[in-house]
Design a protein around this ligand. Structure first.
Ligand code: G3I
Length: 380
């Protein structure tokens, strides 16, 4: 029989073998701890490129969508409040602010060390009723200043970036006729940026809008930013909302806008990314958007599940878009999805109520889709 002393190398061999085995097991279990599904996370994928974020709705913030929240904590390092910081929710009456859900949102961001966006301070939509009655500029200015100063001051040092002004431009790049433009004139934009800077000098300040890939609207943003810069008013970034579809906008138009905004010395954020896979009623020439579309099989072609052929198209579209974002990683600060999973997307209800849309990276069962794999594979 072989004794230990007969073979001096045997003990050494066994010690080394068990040490290696135990190390391998430890590594495996550590990997499993951080990555139980076997997927890489989005935030680890893009860690050297830009923040990767998601908009959170009330259900996620109040804990009734715990699976959605679990995805956020695993995958994302930036958050946006889908609705809860809008004027009608946070400041519904002249002298009353409702901070409860916004406080929960900001605390979540800080607890998990996520880049936390404030959305949005000045927007013509979702304002409060009392604003609509104001006709004199001094009263309107004092309401706007109070709104901005109170909210930004409350979250000073906690909200990292603000969508200061949202959707102030028409499609041709001219200023949109809003209640603020009507009563205050175009100075409302510079005043808004100035008041945010006074309330929190460290916060990043963003102009945010949709269709910013369009050349005429792009020129409008350039004019708006130059006006601010000529007056030495601080603006840090442009937020390009990414409410796009499978074919439009072209990568070239997106790229030209990223370059144009970056040429102004600003960082670009892709702020509200989702890609609709459904037909758009406005593509139907001469057709009115009407109740007639609701329930129509043509306008809601995938009520139960997305066919594989469309999954593939969506994955391809996300992949090419993210390839472009990675190419311009030095100009892009953040890419944020407008929602967490398909079931929670606003696109199930707009522009036609009650459809099933599939615009995000996670499906209705909270599972990653092919689109997820297509972008995670880009840097792994
Ligand atoms: O909170 C009420 C709820 O009590 C009620 O039962 C329900 C019935 O319809 O409505 C709920 O309010 C809805 C709210 O979303 C929360 O779900 C509003 O009707 C609905 O108009 C609102 O839509 C939001 C929309 O902005 C208007 O504020 C969408 O969720 C939100 O995704 C969307 O986000 C905007 C960005 O802020 C700016 N850029 C465009 C983007 C898409 O429109």
């Amino acid at each position: 029989m072989l004794k230990k002393s007969d073979c001096p190398f045997l003990s050494l061999f066994l010690i080394c073998f068990f040490a290696l085995l135990s190390n391998a097991c430890k590594e495996k279990s550590e990997q499993q701890e951080t990555d139980p599904t076997g997927h890489h996370s989005l935030k680890s994928t893009f860690t050297d490129a830009f923040y990767i974020g998601a908009a959170l709705n009330k259900k996620t913030l109040e804990g009734t969508d715990s699976l959605g929240l679990a995805i956020v904590l695993k995958e994302f390092n930036a958050i946006s409040p889908e609705n809860e910081m809008k004027w009608m929710h946070i400041h519904p009456k002249k002298d009353s602010f409702h901070f409860a859900v916004a406080d929960t949102y900001v605390a979540l961001g800080k607890k998990h060390n996520m880049h936390t966006l404030g959305h949005t301070l000045v927007w013509h939509s979702q304002t409060a009723e009392y604003l609509k009655e104001i006709r004199d500029s001094a009263t309107m200015a004092s309401h706007l200043e109070n709104h901005i100063t109170t909210i930004v001051g409350r979250y000073r040092g906690k909200v990292d970036a603000w969508d200061v002004v949202n959707e102030a431009l028409n499609e041709d790049g001219t200023l949109r006729e809003t209640i603020f433009l009507e009563v205050l004139g175009e100075s409302y934009i510079e005043n808004a940026f100035t008041w945010v800077a006074l309330a929190d000098p460290e916060a990043e300040m963003i102009y945010n809008d949709y269709n910013l890939w369009k050349p005429e609207k792009r020129d409008g943003v350039v004019r708006l930013v130059r006006r601010l810069q000529a007056k030495n008013i601080k603006i840090d970034g442009v937020g390009m909302q990414g409410h796009w579809n499978l074919n439009e906008p072209s990568l070239e138009d997106i790229e030209n806008s990223i370059l144009a905004y970056n040429n102004l010395g600003l960082k670009v954020s892709i702020t509200e990314l989702d890609i609709t896979v459904l037909p758009n009623p406005w593509d139907l020439e001469g057709a009115e958007i009407s109740q007639n579309f609701e329930g129509s099989a043509f306008m809601n072609p995938y009520p139960d599940q997305l066919p594989d052929s469309v999954q593939v198209q969506l994955a391809r579209r996300y992949k090419e878009i993210f390839q472009l974002f990675l190419k311009h990683r030095d100009k892009i600060k953040r890419v944020t999805f407008w929602g967490v999973h398909d079931g929670g997307s606003w696109l199930n209800g707009w522009p036609i109520k009650g459809r099933s849309n599939y615009p995000l990276l996670f499906d209705r069962d909270y599972l990653p889709k092919q689109a997820y794999d297509s972008i995670v594979s880009l840097t792994n």
